[in-house]
Design a binder for this molecule. Structure first.
Ligand code: FMN
Ligand code: MN
Length: 490
């Protein structure tokens, strides 16, 4: 049975010893971040044991409790998807891709809605939902009722960090849901930080081309059952409905209710819903914001969200997250995405054996890829493939190694990759879109990338010297020594 809503997940976490309640009053301005850092990051140094989810019962200045670090471990991500291992989700996706779809990655993914209908994962429209137990309209709306975090000292203000932003493609009418942070400007106005390559930004642009002075409806849900709450971050193709994917993940359709004041729908089980619009001609300064990179992303011009109606459960839980120096909660969310979507990558590029994105690479800075190399230039082909694959296009550095390198063992990667390269020969530079958060690229959103071909070099690639074997002791000697081990007194 899928989790009905966020509070049911909170109960499950508590039962599993994965959540701690904080009864003392703590300020959402900086203090909650610092508490979260102490709990989540200090213990992360011990690698395997990571700190619990934190339920702040009395955030200073608000009547409502706050939940953070909810998904901050591999175990809790698995719990969110109701599996023991994330690979089980990957296996379900692989099953769909293998058996039922036509050729071509995007055809395959776009088939999912049809497949989903069969499995009845398609979102279901319902008339009413708990998210409407309380309704505030117009001047009655006050975002400051909620314990919205100011995370870091130089942040430009308070930011809603775990929203599901709903928009509609003005041409196809298809829904998009993205997790885009929102800076609170006043009681009823926020920033809308959809980066230029994201689907929300595309909807905005298309609508603006037709009617530059117009507006688009936007609704935002905060807090839902875990699969739904996480769906906003999934890197899935445009016009594929994240709510359908959430239904697939939770094996039950997401129930959607119509908004009070615009034409969009939102999850009925949401804790909090903001309804409103974005003007197509309005941009405000957004930021700075202490970001995933561990640095502040600087001020930039972004659209503005006007809230006309705010609805919530009687006793809403405010779901949030803190990003900052890695690893943070978002690492575990991103790591789950890496594991779950690996079969999709492999389907298109079967030579990919595995990929790894170390926490310090902050998703887009470093991808290590192991391939089964079959022809000259194969590593370069994979670099180009990754630079053209959805949000993997942002990858700043790609390191391609042979299939026998354990890419999750970063010491082994550093050792073997560095032994395998002649830098001038094996480094490939390219240009393309970069992550908006990249503060080193020559321009915002555009810059260079580097691929490192760290595979064994072949004669057919112009390498005419012999390639040495890795040093390994032979099995016979190993077992002889094992036999005499006790007598050695070691
Ligand atoms: C905690 C968190 C915060 C995020 N904040 C933003 C953001 O402010 N702007 C943005 O464009 N993407 C942000 N992302 C990444 C997007 O959610 C992600 O790229 C998603 O796939 C976008 O959805 P879309 O492909 O439908 O546009 C964030 C992700 C996480 C996990
Ligand atoms: Mn999308």
């Amino acid at each position: 049975m899928a989790y009905r809503d966020l509070r049911e997940f909170v109960k499950a976490l508590e039962k599993a010893g994965e959540l701690k309640r904080i009864k003392a009053e703590v300020d959402p301005v900086l203090e909650i971040t610092e508490v979260t850092q102490r709990v989540a990051r200090d213990s992360k140094r011990a690698e395997r044991s990571v700190g619990p989810a934190l339920f702040f019962e009395k955030p200073k200045g608000s009547r409502y409790p706050l939940l953070v670090n909810t998904f901050g471990s591999v175990k809790r991500m698995a719990m969110a998807f109701e599996v023991d291992e994330l690979d089980e989700v990957a296996a379900r996706i692989r099953g769909f891709l293998d058996t039922k779809s036509p050729q071509g990655l995007f055809d395959k993914i776009k088939m999912l809605p049809k497949l989903a209908e069969l499995g009845s994962f398609f979102p279901k429209s319902v008339k009413d939902g708990d998210c409407k137990q309380v309704i505030h309209r117009g001047s009655d709306v006050n975002l400051f009722d909620f314990p919205i975090l100011k995370c870091w000292p130089q942040d430009g203000g308070r930011f809603i960090t775990f929203p599901l932003v709903f928009t509609k493609n003005p041409e196809t009418g298809k829904r998009n849901v993205g997790m885009y942070r929102m800076q609170v400007y006043d009681e009823r106005t926020t920033g809308m930080h959809w980066q230029t390559q994201k689907h929300g930004a595309e909807h905005f642009r298309r609508a603006r081309e037709k009617n530059p002075e117009g507006r688009i409806p936007v609704s935002v849900a905060i807090g839902a059952d875990p699969a739904t709450a996480l769906a906003g971050m999934l890197p899935i193709p445009p016009d594929l409905d994240e709510m359908m994917f959430a239904g697939f993940l939770r094996k039950e359709p997401v129930e959607m209710v119509p908004c009070e004041t615009n034409e969009l729908e939102v999850p009925a089980n949401a804790e909090i819903v903001l309804e409103g619009y974005v003007n197509l001609s309005e941009m405000w300064t957004e930021g700075p914001f202490g970001d995933h990179t561990g640095f502040y992303s600087l001020e930039g011009e972004f659209p503005v969200f006007h809230v006309e109606c705010l609805t919530h459960k009687k006793d809403p839980i405010y779901l949030t997250t803190v990003v900052g120096p890695p690893p943070q909660e978002d690492f575990y969310m991103g790591h789950a995405v890496e594991r779950v979507f690996l079969p999709v990558m492999k389907m298109q590029y079967p030579e990919i054996v595995d990929v790894a994105m170390p926490a310090e690479g902050i998703f887009h800075n470093l991808m290590i890829v192991a391939i089964r190399k079959s022809y000259p230039g194969h590593a370069r082909k994979i670099m180009n493939a990754i630079w053209s694959l959805g949000q993997a296009m942002f990858t700043k550095v790609i390191v391609v190694v042979d299939h026998d390198v354990d890419i999750h063992n970063y010491s082994e990667v550093v050792w073997k990759a560095l032994c395998a390269v002649d830098p001038e020969r094996d480094v490939q530079f390219s240009f393309g879109p970069t992550d908006t958060l990249d503060h080193a690229s020559r321009l915002q959103d555009f810059g260079s990338k580097m691929g490192i071909d760290a595979t064994r070099k072949w004669a057919s690639e112009g390498f005419t010297r012999p390639w040495p074997d890795e040093i390994l002791m032979d099995e016979e000697t190993k077992s002889r020594v094992a036999g005499m081990w006790k007598s050695l007194g070691l």
